[in-house]
Design a protein around this ligand. Sequence first.
Ligand SMILES: Nc1ncnc2c1ncn2[C@@H]1O[C@H](COP(=O)(O)OP(=O)(O)OP(=O)(O)O)[C@@H](O)[C@H]1O
Ligand code: SF4
Ligand SMILES: [Mg+2]
Length: 387
Amino acid sequence: MNISKATAGETTVSAAARADARPIREGEPLLQVDNLGKHFPVTAGLLRRQVAAVKAVDGVSFSVHKGETLGVVGESGCGKSTTGRMIMRLLDPSFGRIVFEGRDITKMSQGRLRPLRRDLQMIFQDPYSSLNPRKTVGAIVGAPFRLQNIKTEQGVKKAVQDLLELVGLNPEHYNRYPHEFSGGQRQRIGIARTLALRPKLIVADEPVSALDVSVQAQVVNLMEDLQDELDLTYVVIAHDLSVVRHIADRVAVMYLGKIVELADRSDLYERPMHPYTNALLSAVPIPDPKDRGARTRIRLQGDVPSPLDPPPACRFHTRCWKAQEICKQVEPPLIELSPGHQAACHFPENTTVSATDEVSRAAVAPGAAPAPGEPPSGPAGTPPPGV
Ligand SMILES: Nc1ncnc2c1ncn2[C@@H]1O[C@H](COP(=O)(O)OP(=O)(O)OP(=O)(O)O)[C@@H](O)[C@H]1O
Ligand code: SF4
Ligand SMILES: [Mg+2]
């Protein structure tokens, strides 16, 4: 694909628009998230008193460097979208910190956030509902320019046509309506709209899961091409590991509002440490028929517990075939078990080191669990059916 940075809607930026922007320092991440959480209150009665809280996201920490793609995966309801929406500041965090380009944006007012909105953009899952059916493609893709009161050098129409071409659509279709496009083409329109303001960080929430498998690869390839050409940074959210396999540099695996493993892509796919990651990986289709016998599907028992009342200590213990007493009593911290590879498990796989730190060792009675890092024995350590 022959695309240039200049075609991506180069704009004349108003003086105020990026007034407080500053270049990030050497080695500093573009985005830093520290102990971020969102608890949705559950209210009852006439006075709408809070009676409980949905712990949608419960203290996640990660960073994303410029030009990098972080994949965030996990089952439905584990808090992926809530995390993405907090990063975008579409949702106010309950606790924690979001630092973008060195600035703490956690509590920034909507007024101060406005110029930052062009740097932070989101691609939504559903290309059908995320586009206004009453607006032409020209109006949809051109809206960000108008919203931010930005005049482009070539005029909005030309800039939009350039963007349509950039994402592989016919610029002549400027006056068509969303229903005149296929699902894959609609997602391209969504991507063109996202790119209009040349964002620095794009959070793509399940960008291809509503699309046919054949079209998914095209959209993922498009996102990769655009990343190279436009120096984009992505957080890509997906519910399984196959989608982020090609696009992500690093992958964070979430379970019930927490990150349970975070590693470089190849490390995570080749040497997963957390049992949950192993189970997710075992569900990823293996393209080469010769290799298909090499991996056995791990079928997790039971449903994901409710985030209203998550299991204590290791939240995965109710479904983990390796669970021991310590897993029900002491929360395994997310710590680096090999360079760049973090996992939160008392009995991680593919390593001799354990996430059980000194604090957790002291917290359980001697003999309650096998030595950290050693495979557990007995009924609790028996692999699930299918392993
Ligand atoms: N506004 C809200 N009020 C109350 N609970 C909410 C709200 N938004 C999300 N939740 C709950 O928070 C939890 C996490 O939701 P979230 O949408 O982040 O999950 P997800 O990982 O994106 O799931 P999916 O893969 O289905 O999109 C879920 O239990 C959900 O029901
Ligand atoms: S072995 Fe224990 S700590 Fe590790 S995932 Fe299973 S239940 Fe959690
Ligand atoms: Mg979601």
